[in-house]
Design a protein around this ligand. Sequence first.
Ligand SMILES: Nc1ncnc2c1ncn2[C@@H]1O[C@H](COP(=O)(O)OP(=O)(O)OP(=O)(O)O)[C@@H](O)[C@H]1O
Ligand SMILES: [Mg+2]
Length: 160
Amino acid sequence: MSTATAAGSSLSIPIGDLPPEEVIFGRSEIMQAVRQKVEKLAGMNVPVLIQGESGTGKEIIAKLIHKRSPWREGPFVKVNCPAIPATLLESELFGYEKGAFTGAYGSKPGRVELANRGSLFLDEISELEPALQAKLLQLLQDGEFCRIGAQEDSRVQLLR
Ligand SMILES: Nc1ncnc2c1ncn2[C@@H]1O[C@H](COP(=O)(O)OP(=O)(O)OP(=O)(O)O)[C@@H](O)[C@H]1O
Ligand SMILES: [Mg+2]
């Protein structure tokens, strides 16, 4: 006699396994175009800027792009930019080496490094101060960044 297991009857299906129309709702032409863009961009190793009003699904689109990308098995690292104080953001993002500043007793990888071979989601990036946006430019253009206090640029392979 066969019995259905809890796992077999689970309602939770990874979004990467669902067709995009079941993750991102909306039948309008605009939403269809958004889904097509998601499919196209997911296969490209490029930074993606997602703009839209509050609650319009920017985060769900970012997750879907990650889950449809070649690096779907890698990490999806979210950085809520406004939630991290500006003074800590650089070390949070880029990490630091031992002795880089008072209190840096060890080295620590930043979120950028944790997102290696995955996707880095910079939520509310427009809230970042311009100086940090400029530092991110080098990362987005060349995949290069530097831990605070490090001698040479460390390279990180990021999907976007
Ligand atoms: N078109 C859509 N299809 C499916 N779910 C959606 C859609 N738009 C929004 N949602 C859902 O609405 C909620 C808010 O979406 P999400 O957090 O992605 O929005 P956001 O654009 O990041 O908003 P905010 O600017 O407030 O952070 C989520 O639960 C998301 O799944
Ligand atoms: Mg959001």
